[in-house]
Design a binder for this molecule. Sequence first.
Ligand SMILES: Cc1cc2nc3c(=O)[nH]c(=O)nc-3n(C[C@H](O)[C@H](O)[C@H](O)COP(=O)(O)O)c2cc1C
Length: 326
Amino acid sequence: MAFRTRITEMLGIEHPIVQGGMQSVGYAELASAVSNAGGLGILTALTQPSPEALRDEIERCRAMTGKPFGVNMTVFPTINAPDYKAYAQAIIDGGVKIVETAGTQAVREIWEMLKPHGVTILHKCTAVRHALSAERAGCDIVSIDGFECAGHPGEDDIPGLILIPAAADKVRIPLLASGGFGDGRGLVAALSLGAEGINMGTRFCATQEAPIHDNVKQAYVDNDERGSFLIFRSFKNTARVGKSAVSEEVVRRLSQPDAQFSDVQELVAGAAGRELLQTGDLSRGVFWAGMVQGLIHDIPTCQQLIDRIIAEAEAIIDQRLAGMRA
Ligand SMILES: Cc1cc2nc3c(=O)[nH]c(=O)nc-3n(C[C@H](O)[C@H](O)[C@H](O)COP(=O)(O)O)c2cc1C
């Protein structure tokens, strides 16, 4: 059996499982492995140092899979903002037809560039009101990220159990449930709550093909459901990172009265995080991780992981739930 939803149809994929964009992880190795396993793999545009490098990475990914894959564009206002439009042009030139976006409303200028080229826009947000606004503005699929998620859960702290059905009650375009998913139980739950697929980040980091150091993969296995911290709350830019000596120190410094970003800047720098992922030296910086770490106990291939999720989901529906019918 397989699951067919509006999302599998729109994206042309076998299973309703998407790998979310991940800075310094979303390279062709991972994206192609997810796509080859029947899900949707996603390259992360800004992981590439330039739009030209993104063009090459798209070509590399295409050589590694004949199946559909996407590119993530995360748009945040920063002092030295990258040339987002040049990255979007690289996506268009590369012929990619699925783009996952995240970030501020400025992302809509990118949609305007992409849509005339027949690109399906999958927009990630953390609140029902933002999902509705994205729908009105013409995105095709909303990925709704609950409080459990790695990365940026927003400031409302609504877990998926409430956020997903609350969004499903109001949003008419297909919904991907994101944040806290890692197994077949989660997939069945997401479909029950009104989503038409799941998006996973942390779980895909702990796979054979994730191009990060084994020590980091092992940290995802070793951390349990309490193994993540929220940081940057006081700056209204909350981020969920994995538990480690460094992230504990970040939390400690930021809990001091009048704490400033500069107090932790060197600990949370993007370059430090990149180095951590590559070298496996967890003392270098912080790494993104979600509460789903509590459900991660091994480091399978993407094919094994996706096959297992689908088999578990089928068994839950056909045996466990069917067996409970009075
Ligand atoms: C290592 C890592 C890096 C991430 N980088 C990005 C990013 O650059 N842009 C983005 O939109 N989301 C990013 N995310 C969030 C994921 O795309 C996804 O929304 C999230 O991980 C879902 O929650 P989960 O980790 O519980 O599955 C990242 C997540 C991880 C684990």
